[in-house]
Structure formats: C-alpha cells, structure tokens
Design a protein around this ligand. Structure first.
Ligand code: G3P
Ligand code: CA
Length: 255
C-alpha cells in the first residue's frame, strides 16, 4: 500500500505521487483526509499546510480555493535538492474526490485506504462527509469492479462511527503501542484489521501470529527499509504500507 502515494520520491499526497504509486504496482493508496473551512475533504497529513506547501496556516481554517492557490510540490524538490524534476513544482492540493477518480480510472483499481485525521474535533463531521463522498462513487459496498475501501483511524470512536454509518466498509484500528488500552489482545468491536506501527512488530514479532490467531489481519506502517520489508514478509503480515511502493512491490513479488 502506497503511503501518501509514492512519497519517498514524490511530494506526498499529490496526484503525481499516487499516479507513480499505481505505475509502481501498488495494490492500494493510503491517504489522510482533513476538512477545509468550507467543508471539502482534502488529502493532507499535517494540521498545518506549512511543511508541504508554500503557504501558511491551518487546513481547517482555509477554504479549498485558498489551498488550490498553493504549491504543494516545490518543497520536496527543495528538500531533495532535485531541481531536474519540474513536474513536481506547482503540484496542486488533492481532494479526496480527485484521488478516488484517479483510482477508478486506473486499470489496477487499487484499494483506497483512507485515514481520518482529528475525528474528535469535528464531532463526526469528517466521517459523515467521507461516507457522503464514498456514496457519490457507489463505494460503500464491495463490488467486483470497484476498489476496496478501508477506513483507518487511531480513534476507536471514529471507527465505531464508520461502522454505524457504513457497515460494509473495512475498518482498520491503528495503534502506536502494543499496550494501548484500546487494544490488549482483542480489538474494539466491529474491527477485524489492526494497523500497528512498524516499531511494535520489530520489538514484538510474535504480535503478528497472535493477531492472526484471533482472526485479525495485520497492516503495518510505515515500512521503507529493505530489512523491515523482509521482516514483514517473514512474519506474513497482510499489508505493507510504504512510502516506497515500488521497492515493496518488487520484494513481495520476488519472495
Ligand atoms: O498508515 C498509517 C499511518 O499513516 C499512520 O501514521 O502519521 O503517517 O498518518 P501517519
Ligand atoms: Ca496516515
């Protein structure tokens, strides 16, 4: 699964990063969604736009038109010192709708793996808007010609909301520590997939077998280094979420 697109080498969460991920053979596209001031869902990780654009401010305080006026690509060129890739300049903000259209247009129909950010602050609005957008594309139920949609969150409340609003969507409970009170040996109700931080399975490789014993899938993030991809393959995890989907694809296919 391509984490924020093929984001090791491309500006994260841009259309270019996702198109590259699809070309590199990703089975799924991970993205973070946030609400703008005028209530559009956009694909942005941070609360502020400062790190990944040439603008300043908080995503939820800005309107989509303001975000569209910003350059979401040049920061990566400057960061990578790679001035030879002009296509990365002036990359635009990506809305969730645009990402879905791009996934639907591709032959591979990659899974859509959507993480809701700060679901508590907006008292469920992120999930409601997300379900509305998915409904527009008829993506609330699995169908053979449609991408699989998984909704992920660190917030079990957000996951439970999704379970109520759209019971046929797959849900992933993200965890950063294996001792999370959310978690222990089981998962919250209505969840069959756990998404641990890579550090958890590095320290406790037996975590994966235990989850499989309980019938849960294990989707690990964010796995970029070859030895870590090898570890995931050895342990038989169910999904590798990586900023380097091309490398992961190759190692999965060679395994
Ligand atoms: O795929 C889950 C992972 O993306 C969670 O962490 O901070 O990269 O959104 P973060
Ligand atoms: Ca994420």
């Amino acid at each position: 699964m391509a984490h924020r697109g093929s984001s090791h080498d491309n500006p994260e969460h841009t259309l270019g990063a996702y198109e590259r991920a699809i070309a590199e053979g990703a089975d799924g596209l991970e993205c973070d969604v946030r609400l703008t001031a005028d209530r559009h869902l956009v694909c942005v990780h941070d609360r502020r736009v400062n790190r990944t654009s040439d603008g300043r401010g908080v995503v939820s305080a800005l309107e989509l038109a303001q975000l569209e006026g910003m350059d979401w690509g040049s920061w990566k060129v400057a960061h990578a010192g790679d001035a030879e890739q002009p296509d990365r300049h002036h990359a635009k903000i990506l809305t969730l709708r645009q990402l879905i259209r791009s996934a639907l247009a591709s032959e591979r129909k990659p899974d859509l793996v959507i993480e809701t950010k700060h679901p508590t602050r907006y008292a469920g609005e992120v999930e409601r808007r997300l379900v509305d957008v998915l409904a527009e594309f008829d993506l609330l139920r699995p169908a053979p010609d449609k991408p699989v949609v998984r909704v992920m969150s660190f917030s079990s409340m957000a996951i439970q909301r999704i379970a109520r609003l759209a019971p046929h969507l797959q849900r992933v409970q993200l965890i950063e520590v294996s001792t999370s009170p959310l978690f222990r040996d089981g998962l919250p109700p209505n969840v069959a997939i756990v998404g641990p931080w890579l550090g958890i399975i590095r320290r406790n490789p037996e975590f994966v077998a235990r989850q499989h014993h309980y019938g849960h899938q294990v989707h690990v993030w964010t796995v970029d280094a070859e030895p870590d991809i090898e570890l995931c393959l050895r342990l038989g995890v169910d999904a590798i979420i990586s900023n380097r989907p091309g490398l992961a694809r190759q190692m999965v296919d060679d395994a």
